[in-house]
Design a protein around this ligand. Structure first.
Ligand SMILES: *[C@@H]1O[C@H](CO)[C@@H](O)[C@H](O)[C@H]1NC(C)=O
Ligand SMILES: *[C@@H]1O[C@H](CO)[C@@H](O)[C@H](O)[C@H]1NC(C)=O
Ligand SMILES: *[C@@H]1O[C@H](CO)[C@@H](O)[C@H](O)[C@H]1NC(C)=O
Ligand SMILES: *[C@@H]1O[C@H](CO)[C@@H](O)[C@H](O)[C@H]1NC(C)=O
Ligand SMILES: *[C@@H]1O[C@H](CO)[C@@H](O)[C@H](O)[C@H]1NC(C)=O
Ligand SMILES: *[C@@H]1O[C@H](CO)[C@@H](O)[C@H](O)[C@H]1NC(C)=O
Ligand SMILES: *[C@@H]1O[C@H](CO)[C@@H](O)[C@H](O)[C@H]1NC(C)=O
Ligand SMILES: *[C@@H]1O[C@H](CO)[C@@H](O)[C@H](O)[C@H]1NC(C)=O
Ligand SMILES: *[C@@H]1O[C@H](CO)[C@@H](O)[C@H](O)[C@H]1NC(C)=O
Ligand SMILES: *[C@@H]1O[C@H](CO)[C@@H](O)[C@H](O)[C@H]1NC(C)=O
Ligand SMILES: *[C@@H]1O[C@H](CO)[C@@H](O)[C@H](O)[C@H]1NC(C)=O
Ligand SMILES: *[C@@H]1O[C@H](CO)[C@@H](O)[C@H](O)[C@H]1NC(C)=O
Length: 416
């Protein structure tokens, strides 16, 4: 496993490099020569990053507000391809990404069948021949256990799980390409579980920690649990996720070392749950996160708490399809894998301490973004390495000059 893992590591970093640094320069030069600058703005836009044009549509094709919950569709179009982001609150919250090789592909929904949640094919991306890849993630359950001995070992003492498909979800609160969804359960006392989806038109970083690096090929989902009264004083939580991914399931999690930079201090790892052909390092789709959650609304290093994931395991596709309208409608026979994300390690404060927990994850297609050194770190390194270098050089010069002086002095002496 290790050498293969290394291989994918290198590949990832090389492709990312070529996009961010070399790619930009090449783009400027080709664009500049091929057209005599039809518009300087487009040259600039092409030069900065890979961009997609976003358009947001709530409940596409529906004449009325669907009773069971909303379906958000964000189209992200590039020259010759389109990425469709679909986020649905009918049942357990689900996010579906469909990549097509056409800039004119669209989404078609048969609403009565979609909401009845019993027929696959009621949501289509057309033309169907343009679909290259799709992946979906369902946030299926919230699990709570009583960690009486503070071992953070989630094997026993589970309370009955909160099934997210049975939650009462708010209408989607949209603002640009972000959507906020909050829900509660009949058994929830005073709290809510919220999900915030953000889709991006270009490369960038999340505004708050863990400041995940994103591209226009990925979307970010922030999940938080606010104000819930735990069922034990020493309760800890897990979130169960299920994912499907086209021809290749999301069957393995790669954990890489990451750079400890100014964006997520003290976090040295990044994990990605990937869909990849057997033994190949080419990733088709991914779910990526840094193993950290935050215990307060203002995330910072002080309230960070580590998280761990379980190994992805095959799940029952019928159960997954039944839990979400979106999955039922799009996938005839999903073959999901699932994992549990558990928050907090032994010795960390319990949920009761702040009654707040937030975690951020990226869902996308293609190779996951790879962190590189930030300009600040490069500057610090340049100063750190450059100063001794200059001192060494100056020292060398000084020694040389002294030696020369000594040499010439000694060469004179015999004559005298
Ligand atoms: C997009 O497709 C057109 C023709 O279909 C082609 O001329 C053009 O080079 C393609 N652009 C990219 C970026 O692949
Ligand atoms: C799906 O559900 C609807 C309404 O609940 C029902 O009328 C329809 O017959 C069902 N279709 C199938 C194929 O089960
Ligand atoms: C898009 O992909 C499909 C299936 O891979 C292929 O048949 C079709 O020719 C492609 N279209 C374009 C414009 O590349
Ligand atoms: C907690 O520790 C006690 C004493 O060591 C042990 O009897 C008990 O089974 C432990 N409880 C759990 C849930 O592990
Ligand atoms: C959640 O909903 C499913 C399907 O409607 C139902 O079978 C299950 O009993 C519900 N679970 C709870 C805890 O209410
Ligand atoms: C929608 O979200 C904004 C902030 O994102 C908030 O100020 C507003 O109250 C929310 N609206 C509703 C109806 O929840
Ligand atoms: C629930 O919230 C209300 C108002 O915010 C508060 O008065 C009440 O004490 C809370 N209940 C619990 C159990 O925390
Ligand atoms: C996004 O995906 C498209 C299509 O696969 C690819 O051409 C492009 O390079 C990707 N962009 C980034 C920033 O990874
Ligand atoms: C939680 O702890 C408090 C005191 O620290 C105690 O009064 C209360 O009964 C405990 N609650 C539960 C559910 O154990
Ligand atoms: C949990 O919270 C309750 C109410 O805020 C408090 O009474 C109790 O002492 C807390 N328990 C612990 C272990 O902090
Ligand atoms: C991948 O490997 C698994 C077992 O290792 C096998 O069941 C599956 O058919 C393989 N898939 C492909 C596409 O080769
Ligand atoms: C998550 O943990 C619960 C409780 O241990 C378990 O029942 C469930 O199967 C786990 N889910 C996955 C996907 O591993």
């Amino acid at each position: 496993v290790v050498p293969e893992f290394r291989g994918s590591n290198w590949k990832g970093s090389v492709t990312s490099r070529s996009h961010s640094d070399i790619g930009d320069i090449q783009k400027i030069s080709t664009r500049g020569s091929q057209a005599t600058c039809s518009s300087c703005q487009s040259l600039f836009r092409g030069a900065t990053t890979f961009e997609r044009q976003l358009s947001v549509e709530l409940n596409p094709g529906s004449t009325s507000v669907p009773p069971g919950g909303d379906l958000l569709h964000i189209r992200a179009v590039e020259n010759n391809d389109t990425l469709h982001f679909l986020f649905c609150s009918q049942g357990a919250p689900a996010l579906l990404l469909v990549h097509t090789n056409s800039s004119s592909s669209t989404v078609q929904v048969n609403w009565p069948l979609f909401s009845a949640r019993n027929t696959s094919g009621s949501l289509k991306v057309v033309p169907e021949s343009s679909v290259l890849y799709s992946t979906a993630v369902v946030f299926s359950r919230l699990l709570e256990y009583d960690d009486t001995n503070n071992t953070a070992d989630p094997t026993s003492d589970f309370f009955p799980p909160y099934e997210l498909q049975n939650f009462t979800w708010s209408r989607l609160n949209l603002s640009g390409p972000t959507a906020l969804l909050c829900g509660t359960d009949a058994t929830f006392t005073n709290g809510s579980l919220c999900l915030k989806l953000s889709v991006f038109d270009s490369e960038g970083r999340g505004l708050s920690p863990p400041h995940l690096l994103h591209t226009s090929n990925s979307s970010q989902m922030e999940v938080w649990l606010d104000g819930l009264l735990p069922r034990a004083n020493r309760s800890r939580f897990l979130l169960e996720l299920q994912a499907v991914g086209g021809a290749y399931p999301l069957s393995r999690v790669d954990t890489r070392r990451s750079i400890d930079d100014e964006f997520t201090p003290s976090i040295f790892k990044v994990s990605q749950w990937v869909s990849a052909p057997n033994g190949s390092s080419d990733v088709l789709g991914f779910v990526q996160w840094k193993p950290v959650a935050y215990r307060q609304t203002n995330p910072s290093l002080e309230n960070a708490t580590p998280c761990r994931h379980s190994d992805p395991r095959p799940q029952n596709g019928e159960v997954m399809a039944a839990s979400s309208s979106l999955i039922r409608a799009f996938y005839p026979e999903p073959e999901p894998f699932g994992l549990n994300m558990s928050f907090g390690l032994s010795g960390d404060p319990f949920y009761n301490n702040t009654k707040y927990l937030s975690w951020t994850v990226l869902v996308g297609i293609g190779s996951p973004p790879v962190d590189s050194f930030s300009p600040l770190v490069i500057a610090i390194m340049a100063v750190g390495l450059g100063t001794p270098m200059i001192l060494l050089l100056l020292g060398g010069l000084w020694v040389c000059v002294r030696k020369r002086a000594a040499c010439s002095a000694s060469s004179y002496q015999p004559i005298n």
